[in-house]
Design a protein around this ligand. Structure first.
Ligand SMILES: Cc1cc2nc3c(=O)[nH]c(=O)nc-3n(C[C@H](O)[C@H](O)[C@H](O)COP(=O)(O)O)c2cc1C
Length: 379
């Protein structure tokens, strides 16, 4: 290395560039299978089909792969970090517990890999303390097509396929984000027309997760509620619960033992009948709104504990929607259905101008948006 470049700075700066993670394997004639981790894999040429990686001259696996004259590049998936550690270590049998089968060159294909590229060794060029190895592709296949493992700034991570990355108990909400991308235009138009905020939420186990936000009346607001987990319990969440089966609805209602269950069932039945849910102003609603705006400033704050008691006291979906009651409406929520009639997500509007006399128009505009959004999702 040139004396003017500090090695620590070199690593730090180059560590800003993310890479995928692969296990390069081979089956040499002598001895057991060889395999080691590379982050330096890249495609080179389509005609002829060439790929490359850069082994360290100090690698003990590389000379055995070179002797084999072939190699298979296995792209690791986000849940194969343990395999990455196993194949990057010299201690122990790298293939212990790993399911493999032979590619046509004989090199092991690692089970559960995202994809593999089986190659014959084409050329090896010296490059400082590494080699540049070119492989001529013989066969290649997408295996699971799962999300890949990534390496960035010295740590592992995963790829969030869309611009948003709210996560739930199952990991990144990939399917929901894809659906959301289809209806984003509807959300933006709705928020614009009502001069309000519009959030899309999904239910994941016991949480209500904010997946997206549109419309921000306060231009200086820098953060949104995207990614925030809220308690999913009565007295809100009925735009989801109204379409639950009996068993799930029962479990939802039982979360708040103090509730009159029959009353709560009636309230939720009203939501299904109306096709939307409304939240009215009260003390709890004011506190809840202010807690949410604090959460916007610090999205990492754990909200569940403080918000749950407030949620129980929110005033949603009264039996009579009189002209007087309607002026108290501060939140309107309606479901978006996917093919098959399942609730995919809920669009909630709030922060609209005082609804004196025009709340019916707001409701109609929301239902127009959720109707179109449902059709976009194949309903
Ligand atoms: C994320 C990651 C990327 C790596 N990339 C490379 C690489 O491109 N080239 C390389 O020679 N070693 C790379 N290594 C290190 C080798 O995997 C490791 O030094 C090697 O497996 C040591 O065992 P060996 O002596 O069997 O080769 C990487 C390790 C990790 C964790």
């Amino acid at each position: 290395m040139s004396p003017s470049i500090d090695s620590q700075q070199f690593r730090e700066v180059l560590g800003q560039y993310p890479t995928g993670v692969c296990v390069v394997t081979a089956a040499p004639e002598e001895g057991p299978a060889a395999g080691f981790v590379v982050g330096s894999f890249t495609s080179v040429s389509l005609d002829p089909p060439l790929v490359a990686f850069f082994p360290d001259k100090k690698s003990t696996s590389w000379p055995r792969i070179a002797a084999a004259g072939h190699f298979c590049v296995n792209i690791l998936s986000a849940d194969q970090e343990h395999l990455c550690r196993q194949f990057a270590s010299r201690a122990g049998d790298k293939f212990a517990g790993v399911e493999t089968r032979a590619a046509s060159t004989g090199a092991p294909i690692v089970g559960g890999a995202v994809a593999w590229i089986d190659c014959e060794l084409d050329s090896v060029t010296e490059a400082g303390d590494h080699y540049i190895v070119l492989g001529r592709v013989r066969e290649l296949q997408v295996e699971t097509g799962a999300l890949p493992l990534l390496f960035f700034q010295g740590g592992y991570g995963r790829f969030a396929p869309l611009s948003l990355a709210a996560t739930g108990a199952r990991g990144t909400l990939t399917d929901e984000l894809r659906e959301l991308d289809l209806i984003r235009g509807e959300m933006e138009a709705l928020a614009g027309d009502l001069s309000s905020r519009c959030v899309a939420t999904v239910v994941d186990d016991e949480d209500l997760i904010v997946l997206a936000n549109a419309g921000s009346p306060d231009a200086s607001a820098r953060a949104t509620l995207v990614g925030v987990h809220l308690p999913f319990a009565p007295s809100y969440g009925s735009a989801f619960a109204a379409w639950f089966d009996d068993e799930r609805l029962d479990a939802f209602i039982r979360q708040v033992p103090a509730l009159d269950r029959e009353e709560e069932r009636l309230r939720i039945a009203r939501v299904r009948e109306r096709g939307y849910s409304v939240g009215l102003i009260n003390g709890a609603q004011r506190e809840f709104a202010s807690a949410l705006s604090q959460l916007e400033q610090d999205p990492h704050a754990r909200a569940q504990g403080t918000l749950k008691p407030l949620v129980e006291q929110l005033h949603y979906d009264p039996a009579d929607l009189t002209t007087k009651t309607k002026t108290d409406i501060r939140v309107i929520a309606a479901p978006v259905f996917r093919k098959g009639g399942e609730v995919a997500l809920v669009l909630t509007v709030y922060g609209f101008p005082k609804p004196n006399g025009v709340v019916d128009d707001y409701v109609a505009r929301l239902l127009e948006a959720t109707g179109r959004a449902s059709r976009l999702l194949g309903f």
